[in-house]
Design a protein around this ligand. Structure first.
Ligand SMILES: [Fe+2]
Length: 202
């Protein structure tokens, strides 16, 4: 008898402990497939949400790419302008990182799914892939300026499309955040590749 009650006690303890144990290696089908719209009561048409989400995912992939290119150059920069460029590249990295979050969350609030993982970003971006190795400062800056121009060109087109679809929030995000930030960063970068005398006037 004593043995049976002991077994019952052990089973009771085991069932309590089982509830406290983390449940790992769980799997289930996706809640929402990529490329679909789960409509929210946001007073926007489904077509408007779909087109804005598609555009914003392109913008997101390119913004993640330029953000990461800034970090690459922040680490790999060399030469007499090392210190100022090391700091400037990281400042622009942080600003692009904020844009990444704003764009990704706008895609989600439109009822769509934002890209997230590096492999998906690499497949989607239209910014040319830089080599793994270190490049000279003028080449780093040229790559960044080209990437900014890619983003600015598509941003102008996408802002117009969002306006046509009455998606004012997307239009505002693209104009106020994406375009203005990228234009300012272009200025700060481009002035570094103006060939002015360093010590003696011409
Ligand atoms: Fe750093």
């Amino acid at each position: 008898m004593a043995k049976k009650s002991q077994v019952r006690r052990n089973e009771a303890v085991e069932s309590v402990v089982r509830r406290a144990r983390p449940i790992v290696h769980q799997q289930a089908p996706e809640l929402q497939p990529y490329g679909t719209i789960a409509r929210l009561p946001n007073a926007l048409s489904e077509d408007a949400c779909a087109q804005s989400a598609e555009n914003l995912n392109q913008l997101l992939a390119d913004t993640i790419t330029i953000r990461d290119m800034y970090k690459k150059h922040h680490w790999q920069v060399s030469g007499p302008t090392f210190y100022q460029l090391h700091l400037l590249y990281d400042k622009h990295y942080e600003e692009q990182n904020e844009l990444v979050d704003k764009v990704a969350e706008r895609i989600q609030l439109l009822g769509a799914i934002s890209l997230a993982m590096a492999a998906d970003v690499a497949e989607t971006t239209i910014i040319p892939r830089p080599p793994r190795g270190r490049e000279e400062v003028p080449v780093q800056i040229s790559r960044l300026l080209h990437a900014h121009e890619v983003i600015l060109k598509e941003a102008h087109t996408m802002a117009g499309q969002a306006d046509d679809n009455d998606d004012d929030g997307t239009n505002d995000l693209i104009v106020s955040d994406i375009i203005r930030t990228n234009e300012l960063q272009v200025w700060f970068l481009a002035e570094h590749v103006v060939d002015v005398p360093m010590v003696r006037a011409d």
